[in-house]
Design a protein around this ligand. Structure first.
Ligand code: SF4
Length: 436
């Protein structure tokens, strides 16, 4: 796992009575070179105090030598509250000071979701094209510092749920049984990068064992990390698909502190491909920095020199207003022509989910990437990720895939080897208003 130096270490006290979960915590604490005596036991009667402490200790006044600020966020081990008896947050907070961070209290107590379903109606409303799918998460918070991401820029805590076996039995396997149409399941987490805690966490070993109990089911790793060597030891790595959020080295260096460079991610993908795990890339988000064409062209060339990806996804930085973007990323780092276009369209794009860059800018960026990718591969499937129906209408012919049913990276039907597992009951992306 990543060499973290958390400002504070916390564990839900009830974990002490679960030997498997406790052993999991001990593995991770030992890997960090810390001792279980340093771990604060969290109960309803001290959780407010712990949350207030965490609120105050990031960003740190000082960073240990050779360490990265993002790797000092506090770390908590908790349990996903899967049963009927969940902590009542209002009750826990009734006597707490008004400024007590409710989200930190919730994440310390494990009151966060274990699964979500991407809904067709949501995509239709937001006018972005993707695939409906069930996806999973057992973690909130991230050791990377991507500046466009709330968890990366301002996250104070990484909360890791350690009741993995209960999660597999009570969430994953019922979901697989009840949804035979879905073949691939993203383990995405919530503002987190789950593989950064492996192999000590042991989540993906349990998850791929579970997938192997079903016919043609796969777990998707969605990551910006290069921590992959442990995958070689997984008995069921044939049930894994690895998808990288890829960027060029300049963006990684300027805007994604504490995340590996583009080159390091490609090297990690090469390792995975060598041990038989399918690899896919998503340029998401594409951040149009100054000189972005040259920077990204190098990365496209490099990924094809080192790997044979199953697909390439494209998505320009989105899901915010122009104002929010400028609060998160210094506009001086960005392509001035595009900053001007963004500011000119700021009012029009304010309520547009695919903003802040106007469609013409995004289309120009995608055309550039499509041409660059096709320089190195005439066959690899390209797709737009969470883009508008209009951009698909405009660029679909050049992309060469059907907007209603396209091979992507982390979709429910994108099988290893490149097939699309459409069925009578489920065959359309959310470009369409119906499943089939
Ligand atoms: S890797 Fe993902 S979750 Fe982590 S900071 Fe970057 S965008 Fe956010």
């Amino acid at each position: 796992m990543y060499r973290l130096t958390p400002a504070g270490l916390y564990m839900l006290a009830e974990i002490e009575s679960d030997a498997t979960a406790l052993e999991r915590v001990e593995r991770m604490v030992t890997a960090l070179g810390r001792d279980m005596d340093e771990v604060v036991r969290v109960r309803p009667d001290n959780v407010v105090e712990a949350a207030t402490e965490i609120q105050g200790n990031w960003p740190p006044a000082e960073v240990p030598e050779g360490q990265l600020k993002e790797r000092t966020r506090s770390l908590a081990f908790t349990r996903l509250q899967l049963g009927d008896e969940k902590p009542d947050l209002d009750e826990v907070l009734q006597d707490a000071p008004e400024d007590t961070p409710r989200d930190l209290v919730a994440n310390l107590l494990g009151c966060f979701r274990a699964t979500q379903r991407r809904l067709r109606e949501d995509d239709q409303t937001r006018n972005h094209v993707c695939w409906c799918a069930h996806e999973f998460g057992t973690m909130v918070g991230c050791p990377h510092g991507c500046q466009y991401c709330g968890a990366g820029k301002n996250g104070k805590l990484i909360s890791v749920a350690v009741n993995v076996e209960e999660f597999i039995e009570g969430v994953v396997e019922p979901t697989l049984r009840e949804n035979p149409w879905q073949k691939c399941f993203r383990m995405i987490g919530w503002g987190s990068d789950q593989i950064t805690f492996e192999p000590e966490y042991g989540l993906f070993d349990a998850l791929t064992r579970s997938m192997s109990r079903f016919e043609d089911r796969y777990a998707i790793i969605h990551t910006a990390s290069d921590n992959v060597r442990w995958i070689a030891d997984l008995p069921h790595r044939d049930r894994l698909i690895c998808v990288w959020s890829l960027t060029c080295n300049a963006v990684a260096g300027q805007i994604e502190p504490a995340a590996p460079s583009g080159t390091e991610r490609i090297e990690a993908a090469q390792f995975c491909q060598r041990i038989g795990v399918p690899v896919r890339y998503k340029f998401k988000p594409i951040v149009p920095i100054r000189n972005w064409r040259e920077e990204y062209a190098q990365t496209v060339e490099e990924l094809f020199r080192e790997t044979q990806p199953e697909s390439i996804g494209l998505c320009v930085l989105m899901w915010m207003t122009a104002e929010q973007l400028k609060q998160r990323i210094d506009p001086a780092l960005l392509d001035p022509e595009y900053v001007a276009a963004m500011e000119e369209a700021a009012d029009d794009m304010k309520e547009v989910h695919t903003g802040p860059f106007p469609p013409a800018v995004r289309a120009e960026v995608y055309r550039f990437f499509i041409e660059e990718v096709r320089r190195w591969s005439k066959e690899v499937p390209i797709y737009l990720s969470t883009e508008s129906r209009e951009l698909w209408d405009e660029l679909g012919p050049q992309i060469g895939q059907d907007k209603r049913a396209f091979v992507c990276g982390c979709g429910p039907l994108a099988l290893p080897g490149g097939g699309l597992a459409v069925s009578r009951s489920f065959k359309y992306s959310t470009y369409e208003a119906k499943d089939a």
